[in-house]
Design a protein around this ligand. Sequence first.
Ligand code: HEM
Length: 357
Amino acid sequence: MHSARPFQAAVGGGAFPAARAALALALSAIPATLVTFLAAIPVAFAADSPPADQKPLPVALVNALNTLAGGPHAGFRANHAKGVLVTGTFTPAKTAPSFSSAPHFAKAVPVLVRFSDTTGVPTIPDASPDASPHGMAIRFKLPEGGSTDIVSISANGFPVGTPEDFLALLTAISKSGPGVPKPTPVEQFLGTHPAALKFVSTPKPPPQSFGTLAFFGVNAFKFTNAKGVSHFARYQILPVAGEHALTAAEAAKADPNYLIDELPKRLASPVKFRLVAQVAKEGDVTNDATAVWPPDREIVELGVISLTATEKEQAKEQKALLYNPLSLTSGIEASADPILAARPPAYAVSFAQRAGQ
Ligand code: HEM
């Protein structure tokens, strides 16, 4: 386990702590998109910066993802490197405005969606077990300008509850190659982290299509309506076509790009998802991405995402895009989940890496 340094979720506003300055120095190129993105990050790094021989946590996380992927791979994301961009519309449900005053819950808006495979390997076969969980990142273009994002995966829950544990898990995986004596570092990690064991042992069969997979926001957010009534909830993005997976035999002979290639054909008619909020009950844990709430929790319909076209210049547009789970709008706030707080700084490091190459 790496030294667990506190990663405090606090709205910035004071002096930039030393760790933030160290991160800025660690970035070889800081394009304009990233400057704007970093300025908008509503979390401060822990006030006590790491010792000089240690990387800031976001850099260490991206380095660990790079190591696992045999990267960095020039121009690609350190995680979810392989993906496809599609466009469409989000139409809010009648129930959405009374749940949150967010502008896109009152009026239909365009969306830009990126489906992806896990890992930083840009050529990973879509049916590989390592390609799961898949990703669905959604950018809502707001009526008055600006945007808000949801960045979700096809698993209900995360293997660990803190970024320090995520780094420990990634490091343990990379030290557990063939020939390593048992129990390997990753076996030891799973033996002491039941949520991680559950996550890796939950079957994640390759889907028939990105359009037949359910996605989960995993981190909780606080939703507030115009009357000031608030609820904690987690996003679920459910395929209208239903959830359908490949059989093992189909997966074994699936083309390496079968998911990316299938989507444009499926878009001949709209590919739809229900966006819903799973609402926390009094006492439910809202700051731990491993604490999955029971399925009997209230579900509020937020609307329908209807996807209709693929973007023309995939490589160029994917490279320029930086999704941010903390790019929020009025009526939606972050929870105190430390995994959520850790994501934007790590994404910024990855963006700098891929933009600079
Ligand atoms: C501490 C925890 C996490 C770390 C360190 C991490 C790290 C990263 C990094 C470095 C990227 C590449 C960003 C870029 O270059 O644009 C990425 C992308 C992504 N992550 Fe995470 N991640 C974490 C947690 C999560 C969670 C909880 C979810 C979902 C619930 C998630 C879903 C995704 C998705 C879908 C993408 C691809 C976004 C796109 O299509 O551009 N990640 N992650």
